[in-house]
Ligand binder design. Structure first.
Ligand SMILES: [Zn+2]
Length: 200
């Protein structure tokens, strides 16, 4: 399901939360309205939300902001917020091509969330903890293709934006298609499936 946390006590870091402001581009005031309504950030000059990059914000509140954006604006902006994620999130250093980029999303996702104050991926030990779902990365042999099953509480169009931005960062020929034959979170499913392809 979209918009409902999988576990209590989950927080998202400020660098990630900032993607809502970034994704709205020239409509920062509108984006600020959605964030401030849920208590994310503080009200700065001209009503703009100020997000602390090193701060932590409640995932439940951030997901409610997404839910309101989905209802009032729609998928195009959710997609743009997803595209903004790689611009703002921390990514591990081994990311060098489409496969490593898509594979890194799940690690970065866990690095940028914490539960009860503990970050869900520890780069020192490689330990990943559960509580927020996953971004899958199944590389199809002998094809320039990845199947990514995303079972997490974020919206369908947002994840398509993340996958698209990550793939295109390393190969501009890449494209991401939503598998309409698979379950979709927008229709109450537990996951969405995307096909990432590139010419190579
Ligand atoms: Zn979907």
């Amino acid at each position: 399901m979209q918009f409902k946390p999988f576990a209590p006590g989950i927080e998202v870091n400020g660098q990630t939360a900032y993607a809502i402001l970034d994704g709205f581009k020239d409509f920062e005031q509108l984006a600020s309205k959605f964030l401030l309504l849920e208590g994310i950030g503080t009200r700065g000059p001209a009503g703009l939300a100020i997000i602390e990059p090193e701060g932590w914000y409640k995932q439940a509140a951030w997901l409610r902001a997404f839910e309101n954006i989905a209802k009032q604006i729609g998928d195009r902006v959710l997609f743009q917020i997803g595209v903004a994620i790689p611009r703002n999130a921390k990514f591990p250093p081994f990311v060098v091509d489409v496969v490593s980029a898509i594979r890194s999303i799940d690690i970065a996702y866990h690095m940028n969330h914490r539960k009860d104050g503990v970050t869900l991926f520890d780069p020192k030990t490689g330990q990943m903890s559960e509580g927020i779902g996953h971004y899958g990365c199944e590389v199809i042999p002998d094809k320039n293709m990845i199947v990514s099953v995303c079972n997490n509480p974020y919206p369908c169009a947002f994840d398509r934006g993340i996958l698209t931005a990550m793939a295109q960062r390393f190969d501009p020929t890449s494209a991401v298609a939503h598998d309409d034959a698979a379950p979709c979170r927008k229709n109450g499913g537990e996951s969405c499936t995307y096909m990432v392809t590139w010419r190579g």
